[in-house]
Design a protein around this ligand. Structure first.
Ligand code: AMP
Ligand code: MG
Length: 415
């Protein structure tokens, strides 16, 4: 038996960060930036108004109060996107909208609320009373205060979120270099499997794993390609695996337990070195991993157990970090928190247990309780769970009230 860490280390040492590609910014959400981005403009480009109001020279309004407003001559108006051709001089003001460039001569903007514009409504506004002095320079956003021309704005390795994509857009960038997404081939194996949408003959079951796995691939940023179902028979298996070898990662489900192990082993042996591991974890102890080679192409292959829950949990522990690494991400660990167990859990055989659990917050701390039957074929228990409660190999019993580590299934998944 090998530990979860040993298995993970072996897998990660056989997958590499993929190469960059240039893409329109809107398609890069969640991907890793593969270039340093500098700005060749100032943002904002010019000094502009933070308020709707009047652009003035502060010297003209010094000492203004509600009872003794300073009257200024209104010589024009400037809207966002326009440049005023008038200059503010002593005793004059230009009406200005939020975002509009501050006219020449002005050094302060007085918002409407601090003028008597409301009282003058209806009359022609060739004059305005300023009712507050403010501080010189008030309500002006300085050109370049967000980003200065030439500065480094985003660095290689940043994960693009909506705000980074917005920053790229604000720089005028239409496309950007990002690490490309891995194409992940998904193959289900088993004579008992029938694809969805087909009638279910006696003795058969629907192929659910391919859909769960493909959805996990997509969730963590890969591009899934479902290859269908391979029979437990060498020729079919070989042909379908070969179909998956133009992908960046091949994931198979089933065929790694003792029952059908031999066929898979023989087939994979034709394509490269493969190891069948017994990982010290529960559920999901059988796991196959290797790098398949054909026509000079190398493809890492992860063979997940067939049981639907085992398949999902093993994916979370091993395929997820492999995909994240290919995407160029640095944080590969599943988000993990501490919680108080509300269930008693026994761990008799010294393996790391990943128990399906529901985590809730109460009283300033998290509580985790099991979702019910933990059989590795009971996929609905996974559906009821939002977390995996982790019982370490060396802990034989978790008592109610014990503090435990919990991997969140639904928590900041984009990271
Ligand atoms: P195996 O690892 O191939 O021995 O499969 C273990 C269990 O998982 C068996 O009960 C299979 O029927 C079931 N199983 C295998 N593959 C799938 C699949 N693609 N979808 C649903 N159940 C599966
Ligand atoms: Mg099978």
């Amino acid at each position: 038996m090998i530990s979860v860490e040993q298995a993970l280390e072996k897998i990660l040492s056989n997958v590499s960060v993929l190469e960059p590609e240039r893409k329109p910014i809107l398609e890069t959400m969640g991907q890793v930036l593969a270039e340093d981005v500098r700005s060749d403009i100032n943002i904002p480009p010019l000094d502009n108004s933070a308020m709707d109001g009047y652009a003035v020279q502060w010297d003209s309004i010094r000492g203004a109060t509600i009872s003794q407003p300073k009257a200024l001559k209104v010589i024009g108006e400037v809207a966002a996107g326009c440049i005023s051709d008038r200059e503010v001089t002593p005793g004059t003001a230009i009406r200005i909208m939020t975002g509009a460039p501050v006219p020449a001569g002005a050094d302060t903007v007085i918002q409407f609320e601090d003028t008597d514009e409301e009282i003058r409504k209806g009359k022609s506004l060739d004059e305005i009373g300023i009712m507050r002095e403010l501080v010189k320079g008030s309500n002006i956003r300085r050109g370049g205060e967000d980003i200065t021309r030439g500065s480094l704005v985003l660095t290689t390795g940043v994960v693009l979120r909506p705000q980074e994509i917005g920053v790229l857009a604000s720089l005028g960038r239409a496309d950007v270099l990002v690490i490309r997404r891995p194409a992940v081939a998904v193959l289900a194996t088993g004579d008992e499997l029938v694809d969805v949408g087909q009638p279910l003959p006696p003795g058969k079951i629907y192929n659910s794993n391919a859909y769960t796995i493909a959805s996990q691939v997509r969730r963590y940023g890969g591009i899934p390609r479902i290859l269908g179902i391979a029979a437990d028979e060498s020729q079919d298996l070989l042909e379908k695996i070969i179909l998956g070898m133009d992908s960046d990662l091949l994931i198979t489900s089933g065929g790694v337990s003792v029952g059908d192990y031999d066929i898979v082993k023989d087939v994979l042996a034709e394509l490269g070195a493969i190891s069948f591991w017994t990982v010290r974890m529960k559920p999901g102890k059988p796991l196959a991993f290797g790098v398949l080679t054909r026509n000079g192409r190398k493809v890492p292959h992860l063979g997940l157990p067939g049981n639907p829950v085992s398949s999902m949990i093993v994916f979370e522990q091993f395929a997820r970090p492999a995909i994240l690494k290919m995407l160029g991400k640095k944080n590969l660990a599943k988000p993990t928190i501490s919680a108080i167990s509300e269930s008693r859990i026994e761990n008799r055989d010294g393996r790391r247990v990943f128990a399906r659990a529901i985590v809730r917050k109460g009283d300033g701390q998290y509580f985790a309780r099991l979702t019910g039957p933990q059989g590795s074929g009971i996929l609905t228990s996974m559906s009821r769970a939002n977390a995996l409660l982790v019982v370490p190999e060396n802990v034989a019993t978790v008592e109610v009230g014990d503090e435990v580590s919990v991997q969140m299934l639904d928590w900041r998944e984009e990271d």
